[in-house]
Design a protein around this ligand. Structure first.
Ligand code: NAP
Length: 320
């Protein structure tokens, strides 16, 4: 097969970018309108409680962004930041008290939790009716049966992005790289529900490129900076990059961003890192038809969908 590198630069394809920011803003505006209506008609204001344990800097940023979004759309929010030394029992007690509070509609526990606390046990302690992340086994079970439920925010946001951008799903070959509970598996379920032919790849998949090159729609969620290159992508495919990796290494930045590397290196100077996805953007742009950027792609949609799930929980809990 001819490689993208063999094609003169001026003849190479340039993938169009799918703009997550615009669609995330649309969704947040719709949620804000729904909340204003809920207040006007029922005097209900949805409430979200975020729980974070320890000092992981990335988790602190994610929770801060979620709290900021709550303020933008009119959700009442509270942030429980617990010390690293918190025990599983103390955390479960907090969850239990949030479960019983009528002013809390949604509970999110920012993962990963520090070692020593059983993530799965804590997620199972959340009332499924308040599980706005869609991680509780009851909600995962409903999703896999194709029944209405809280859908994990990242894959739900990707579906919104595809549908609102007019990217076809039904009948396409879709490939998801990654089989995590929070992204890969629910992503595959949602694509299957929309009649895609779905393949799930993971670290034991043999000859990954041959499998991924069949995909019209390639969703990458592995947590390895710039891992997916031009050789993994079918010409013209839509590539959704879920990865959020903090990169500090200059050589890798130069390899991934080519002419755009200087801007990224400036970001490293200012912030200490630059955020990159699991897809090599320079190579992907030479082969793909559409691509999501990092940042500015899937991450913003994840937060918007959390807002939407919280309003949904507030309504369902009150039978509205
Ligand atoms: P995870 O739980 O670590 O799962 C990674 C998956 O990738 C696993 O299924 C693993 O396979 C697979 N994998 C790893 N190396 C591979 C390789 N060389 N070839 C093929 N598959 C490979 O990760 P996650 O929580 O799903 O997150 C993935 C990425 O998405 C991370 O960068 C994370 O930060 C990002 N993320 C972003 C958002 C957002 O809002 N944008 C939300 C969530 C996550 P095995 O199962 O065989 O180990």
């Amino acid at each position: 097969m001819q490689s993208a590198k063999d094609i003169p630069t001026q003849l190479r394809n340039r993938a169009q970018l799918l703009d997550g920011a615009v669609i995330a803003e649309q969704i947040k505006q719709e949620v804000a309108d729904e909340i204003a209506q809920l207040w006007a008609e029922q005097e209900v204001r949805p409430g979200l409680a975020a729980v974070r344990v320890g000092d992981d800097p990335a988790s602190a940023v994610y929770v801060r962004n979620k709290m900021r979004a709550c303020e933008e759309v009119g959700i009442r929010s509270e942030h429980h930041a617990l010390p690293e030394t918190t025990s599983g029992i103390e955390l479960a007690d907090l969850i239990e008290s949030l479960n019983t509070r009528s002013d809390v509609d949604g509970i999110l526990v920012q993962l990963p939790l520090p070692g020593g606390i059983d993530d799965a046990g804590i997620i199972e302690a959340i009332d499924p009716a308040k599980d706005v992340d869609g991680f509780h086994p009851v909600n995962i079970g409903k999703l896999s049966m194709g029944r209405p439920t809280f859908v994990p925010c990242t894959p739900a946001g990707i579906i919104e992005l595809l549908e609102r951008s007019g990217v076809p799903i039904s009948g396409t070959n879709a490939c998801v790289i990654g089989r995590s509970q929070i992204v890969g598996r629910p992503m595959a379920q949602l694509l299957l529900q929309r009649d895609a032919t779905v393949t799930i790849c993971h670290s034991r998949t043999r000859d990954l490129e041959t499998v991924t090159r069949q995909a019209d729609l390639l969703i990458v969620a592995i947590g390895r900076p710039g891992f997916v290159g031009g050789e993994h992508i079918k010409p013209g495919a839509t590539v959704i990059d879920v990865g959020m990796n903090r990169l500090t290494d200059e050589a890798t930045v130069r390899r991934l961003f080519g002419e755009g590397a200087e801007k990224r290196l400036d970001t490293i100077d200012r912030r200490g890192y630059t955020l990159v996805g699991d897809v090599n953007p320079t190579e992907a742009d030479e082969v793909a038809g559409l691509r999501t950027p990092v940042p500015g792609g899937v991450g913003l949609l994840t937060v918007a969908m959390l807002m939407r799930n919280t309003v949904k929980a507030a309504k369902l809990r009150r039978g509205l």
